[in-house]
Write a protein that binds this ligand. Structure first.
Ligand code: PMP
Length: 436
């Protein structure tokens, strides 16, 4: 196999030069700058079903899917029509609407893990609010997070592990006060001893432990069920809340997300991405008792001008109505399993040192000899060079993956058999080049 010739990026490059005059790094979210992969970032013009077109008219099959929200692909007619219908009625009122009730009802009647919900406008906001709720309810300040989990960019969560097994975190961004990092303890995933240690060292001080439903922002680090149950039990025994951040897994692994997969009841769950059908939405939910702490009922303040935005609600309702159809998730997961199985067979036959991890309709290429990576420190940063080669080969073959080897891929209901066949062929060729 020989490398495919590079696609034209002339228009994207021009747009990027212009964008650099306006935005830091030319982008409005850092990973979009293509710092970890080859070439200038692609400026996207439009999407339809599982396909994307960039400013140079290159066409791609999209596995980034806007980082997860687009479980139905691009330009879904039902969502487009629902949004269009709302456009003529108004874009924002900052007042209650029946649409909020409709989306809440659709969520709560299909998701028994939460009793009440509050809509916000992003995943970051959902998590930030959930942390405040946990602190307000428990009257404790410390939170525990895991190395390898991303929860958005709020101050309390831009914290990375210190040097010991259980230490105060260190800020992972300039501008986060040390005082914030001192309230966040960061430990390794899938490590019971670290959890026991943290509750011994900080007994009665921990408001909550927060974990991603299935950690999917730093590779796909599927946790043992036994470990998640241990986490549930130890938090409960110590009067701390368990926050499950289901911004990616919520409505991706089914309406009840990872909580159902692990069969646990978290105290607070955060959502985002899919519930907005592609519009900016986040949410957090919990029991009635916990949610009674939120203003205006309770003393934990949280608000938003655009919260429950009618256009976003309309998109979310249309999307979730499609996801609620019988068999939707089963079919999508089967499609994903077939896709992964064919690639795994190829990888095994060739003896390539790469493992495909998958859950639901999420997949991740781990360039490692370790078939079961479950902690951030098991990922070798050097392996990202291989991803970079694969990414370039794939783009040149019309396949759009996330621009970093730490990112997972998503399969949507819009990916056709033919899309996946084309993709499998391209991935095989790309892997042959990576390992030649
Ligand atoms: N939590 C998780 C698990 C996420 O994956 C993300 C975004 N990737 C966030 C929170 C933050 O969401 P947003 O980017 O919408 O602020």
């Amino acid at each position: 196999t020989t490398s495919a010739s590079d696609i034209s990026r002339d228009q994207s490059a021009k747009l990027f030069e212009k964008a650099k005059q306006y935005f830091p790094g030319g982008v409005n979210s850092p990973v979009r700058a293509f710092k970890s992969v080859y070439g200038t970032p692609l400026f996207i013009e439009r999407g339809d079903k599982a396909h994307l077109w960039d400013a140079d008219s290159n066409e791609f099959i999209d596995f980034c899917c806007s980082w997860g929200p687009l479980i139905l692909g691009h330009n879904t007619p039902e969502i487009r029509e629902a949004v269009s219908a709302q456009l003529g009625k108004g874009l924002s009122f900052g007042a209650p609407t029946a649409l909020e009730n409709d989306l809440a009802e659709l969520i709560l009647s299909n998701n028994k893990k939460i009793e009440k919900i509050r809509f916000v406008s992003s995943g970051t906001e959902a998590v930030m609010s959930a942390i405040r709720l946990a602190r307000g309810y428990t009257k404790r300040d410390k939170i525990v997070k895991f190395e390898g989990c991303y929860h958005g960019h709020s101050d309390s969560l831009l914290v990375k592990a210190g040097s010991g097994l259980v230490t105060f975190g260190e800020t992972s961004s300039a501008g986060v006060p040390k005082a914030f990092a001192d309230e966040t303890i960061v430990i390794a995933l899938n490590d019971k001893a670290a959890l026991e240690q943290v509750f011994t060292d900080f007994k009665d001080q921990i408001a909550a432990v927060i974990i991603e439903g299935v950690p999917a922002n730093n590779g796909l680090l599927i946790q043992d069920k036994d470990y998640i149950h241990f986490l549930r039990d130890i938090t409960k025994a110590n009067g701390s809340l368990l926050i499950m951040d289901e911004v990616i897994t919520g409505f991706r692994l089914g309406f009840e997300g990872a909580s159902k997969y692990y069969d646990i009841q978290p105290d607070i769950i955060t959502y985002g991405k899919i519930i907005g059908g592609g519009m900016p939405v986040g949410a957090y939910g919990a029991s009635k008792e916990l949610m009674a702490c939120i203003s205006p009922d309770g003393a934990v303040y949280q608000a938003g001008t655009l919260s429950g935005n009618p256009v976003a609600m309309a998109a979310g309702i249309a999307a979730l109505n499609l996801l609620a159809q019988p068999g939707f998730y089963e079919k999508l997961e089967q499609t994903t399993q077939d896709f992964v199985a064919e690639l795994r067979a190829f990888i095994e036959e060739k003896g390539y040192e790469v493992h495909l991890t998958t859950i639901g309709s999420i997949f991740w290429f781990a360039f490692s000899s370790n078939p079961k990576i479950q902690r951030a420190d098991e990922i070798d940063p050097a392996s990202m060079e291989k991803y970079k080669v694969m990414h370039r080969e794939l783009l040149n073959r019309g396949i759009y993956f996330g621009p970093s080897g730490y990112e997972v891929g998503f399969i949507s209901a819009a990916h056709t058999e033919e899309d996946l066949k084309t993709t499998i062929k391209a991935i095989k060729e790309a892997l042959d080049i990576v390992f030649q």
